[in-house]
Design a protein around this ligand. Structure first.
Ligand code: C2E
Ligand code: MG
Ligand code: MG
Length: 755
């Protein structure tokens, strides 16, 4: 249906062109009348059919109706005779058509392009006035002298022509400004342009300037009627007065050319052609004066518009669109100002860097909509908490900054920070209900010497905030210079770590684990070492967390698995250790969340030909707390293979008994912290006793970590701890040194008997 209507519309365009040419070529008034009548009927049919099918807006309807009534009346009157009253009525009819057309176009232009009405009217007025002056000087004034027609008729026709120019102007600005020029827009533009050509020919003919003749004069009208019919039949007429898609470019050039021409051309004509009489002079002066006034008004309005849009742009560039708080740039400006002022007033401006803890979890679990609500609530809370003199801004995502320009001491700064931290203790109200969040706050103070810049101060507060996060979140950290060193050091480790694996800077050392009752070495723990190019060694306690954070732990961990199992294979093959010895490998949470982890384990087992039962994976309690479901699934899968799981550093984390029960684990490694006091400290001893009893109840194996003295080992034996590792037995050693190490350990084989 849509396609057939659009096809008919384009056929009408072709037919319209043919009909127009025919009308101009055939020198037979009777035939021409038939063509004209046919075109008029066609338009009527097209309008009715188009409006009924496509149902454009009421505005379109009423304008079409008005134009139809006015133009039909004018046509009938035109043919009725030559009396002055009739001629005036005819001209008034044509003027009414143009005025209606101008109004309709104005509305369409404004609606489609979103341009302001005043602006479009202003430009239209300038063009119309300019044209009016031209028409007056070139058409009306000469015909007054020639007395071809009554003055009022000529005047009316002049106004009609001036209005036509407005119509033309609006049409051009519609085409210039429209991002989405639909066929209806093009067809309508064609129809109106052709009818304007007809109007001009008609005016020239009537004022005696040019003898055109109906044959040529009506030809443009004929084609125009066809095009108008096509406009209404085309399906895109429905969207004619709807807002187009967002404009990509403003119609600046087109408007500028037209309005400038409308100014210059009449000025040139007026200044080169002398006024004929007083009336001419008066009309010219008044017209030029009105034109000048219109231009001035338009210029003032344009300047104001410009200032307003500049203000909006500045505002947009400096505020955060979500919370309407100052953004990073503006906050930096404020900090800069505060630092400048502080120099004189002996103050130390404070910057608080506030990061909402675990905001990602809120976003992931409650959705981004709620995330935004939470940020808005945080912004409100902060605004209500800080004193009047302070300012709050949103730097990015979940990061906010508070600036107190008038604090003097660290005490002042801490007071404010504590106030802000406490503000988070109350739940935030969002549409989905109450949400509890906490924040980590970094505090940095401007230096008394005034040497610190705004960027530095903000970065210092940011650094301190990270320290607060490290310290367990929901707390405050005050910046000091050592933090910066740590950051720089961390950064250099981060970069070097990326290359460590390919540069073969990583290696594994192993610490034997003994069976306390038998004294035999039953397994080993693989521990990673990183020796950098320049000979410096970095402790795993330092680089493993960084590798974990950056994700490099995934390839490094996979390498460690294969390497450790290969060492074990070699020792077994060489008879260094018994066939059944096990290998413990430390695994980070990030590795457990890697979907390829299970296959990495499998591959290491296959390539080293070690049975899964000989591999222990050591995970910390943290694994059970953060995202337990995913870790649980991975551990279950590995358990199913036969691989066993140990909880490392047991007792230092926060795992609950229920988690212990839920997780597929087979061993607890009691943290060194409990072992060190076991020989002398009664409470440490009873703690270890409890842990062992609990492990027994759950059917778990126990390993004591960090055994350093024979008395500790003795106590562990008394408490029936199954296994032990520590410096007493052996430091972690290079794989090549394992043979001699184990030989030296023979003495432990005898120690239970010596007791
Ligand atoms: P961990 O798994 O608890 O390893 C035991 C740590 O205690 C080792 O430190 C070991 O050298 C040390 N240690 C052993 N016996 C004694 C003792 O009697 N006294 C004292 N004071 N310390 C003892 P290391 O090698 O510096 O490793 C630190 C941590 O780094 C490990 O703690 C483990 O969590 C992590 N780590 C080491 N290698 C790897 C690895 O390959 N992958 C992963 N993900 N983490 C690793
Ligand atoms: Mg370990
Ligand atoms: Mg440990």
């Amino acid at each position: 249906m849509r396609t057939s209507f659009s096809r008919i519309a384009w056929v009408l365009v072709v037919l319209g062109l043919i009909a127009g040419i025919f009308h101009a070529l055939i020198d037979d008034p009777a035939t021409n009348d038939v063509i004209y009548l046919a075109a008029t009927i066609l338009l009527a049919v097209g309008v009715v059919a188009g409006l009924a099918t496509h149902r454009p807006s009421v505005a379109t309807w009423s304008f079409v109706l008005a134009i139809a009534v006015f133009s039909t009346t004018a046509q009938i009157l035109d043919g009725a005779g030559d009396g002055t009253a009739l001629r005036i009525a005819t001209e008034a009819g044509f003027l009414a058509v143009q005025l209606t057309l101008a109004a309709a176009l104005l509305i369409v232009t404004v609606r489609r392009s979103g341009a302001s009405l005043v602006r479009s009217l202003g430009d239209g007025l300038i063009v119309a006035l300019g044209t009016w002056i031209l028409i007056w000087v070139l058409l009306i004034q000469p015909s007054i002298d020639a007395i071809v027609e009554p003055n009022i008729v000529t005047g009316l026709r002049g106004v009609t022509l001036a209005t036509s120019t407005v119509v033309l102007f609006l049409l051009v600005s519609l085409l210039f400004s429209d991002a989405n020029r639909t066929p209806a827009v093009w067809l309508l533009s064609g129809a109106i342009t052709l009818s304007l050509v007809g109007d001009l020919l008609y005016a020239l003919d009537k004022s005696g300037h040019l003898s055109v003749g109906t044959r040529y004069g009506n030809a443009p009208y004929v084609t125009s009627l066809f095009l108008a019919a096509a406009t209404f039949l085309h399906p895109s007429v429905r969207g004619l007065s709807q807002r187009g898609s967002i404009r990509l470019r403003r119609p600046v050039l087109g408007r500028l050319v037209l309005t400038t021409l409308a100014l210059i051309v009449p000025l040139v004509v007026v200044s080169t052609m002398d006024p004929q009489d007083r009336l001419d002079r008066v009309v010219r002066t008044v017209s030029l004066f009105v034109l000048a006034a219109a231009v001035t008004a338009r210029v003032i309005q344009a300047v104001r518009d410009n200032a307003r849009s500049q203000a909006v742009l500045v505002e947009l560039a400096q505020t955060d669109p979500l919370t309407q708080l100052p953004n990073r740039n503006l906050m930096l400006d404020h900090i800069s100002d505060a630092l400048e002022q502080s120099w004189r007033a002996d103050r130390r401006p404070t910057v608080l860097f506030i990061d909402v803890d675990r905001f990602k979890n809120i976003n992931d679990s409650l959705g981004h909509g709620t995330g935004d609500d939470v940020l808005l609530a945080v912004a409100r809370r902060l605004r209500n908490t800080i004193p009047e003199r302070a300012q709050v801004g949103r730097i990015s995502g979940d990061e906010f900054v508070v600036l107190d320009p008038s604090s003097r001491t660290t005490g002042d700064a801490m007071q404010l920070a504590e106030r802000v931290l406490a503000a988070f203790h109350e739940p935030l109200q969002v549409s989905q209900g109450d949400v509890f969040v906490s924040a980590s706050i970094g505090v940095a103070l401007g230096s008394p010497s005034g040497s610190v810049t705004a960027e530095e101060l903000l970065r210092n507060a940011d650094t301190a905030m990270y320290r607060a996060k490290d310290a367990g979140r929901n707390c405050i950290a005050v910046f000091d210079d050592s933090m910066l060193e740590r950051v720089t050091q961390r950064l250099s480790i981060e970069t070097a770590l990326y290359r460590a694996l390919e540069r073969r800077e990583l290696r594994l050392v192993h610490q034997p684990i003994i069976d306390i009752q038998l004294g035999d070495v039953i397994g080993f723990e693989a521990l990673m070492r990183w020796e950098q190019e320049d000979g410096t060694t970095v402790s795993p306690a330092e680089f493993i967390p960084i590798a974990e954070e950056t994700g490099t732990i995934v390839p490094i961990g996979a390498w460690a698995l294969l390497e450790a199992l290969s060492h074990l294979r070699e020792w077994i093959d060489r008879g260094v250790c018994p066939e059944s010895a096990s290998m413990s490998v430390n695994v980070s949470p990030r590795q457990l969340h890697d979907p390829n982890f299970t296959s990495a384990v499998n591959e290491a087992l296959t390539r080293s030909r070690i049975r899964p039962q000989q591999l222990w994976l050591e995970v910390t309690e943290g694994v059970m707390i953060a995202e337990p479901d995913q870790a649980l699934a991975t551990l279950r899968r590995l358990n199913a293979l036969g691989v066993r799981v140990a909880i490392d550093d047991f007792g230092t984390g926060y795992s609950s008994l229920s988690l212990l029960q839920r997780f597929p684990i087979q061993r607890l490694k009691i943290d060194r912290a409990f072992i060190s006091g076991i020989a002398d400290d009664v409470s440490a001893r009873s703690l270890v006793k409890t842990i062992i009893a609990m492990a027994d109840a759950l059917g778990l194996d126990t390993v004591a970590e960090g055994v350093e003295s024979i008395r500790q080992l003795q106590s562990l034996a008394d408490l029936r701890c199954a296994k032990a590792q520590g410096f007493l037995i052996s430091h972690p050693v290079h794989p090549d040194a394992m043979e001699s190490t184990l030989a030296a350990l023979e003495r432990f084989t005898n120690w239970p008997k010596l007791r």
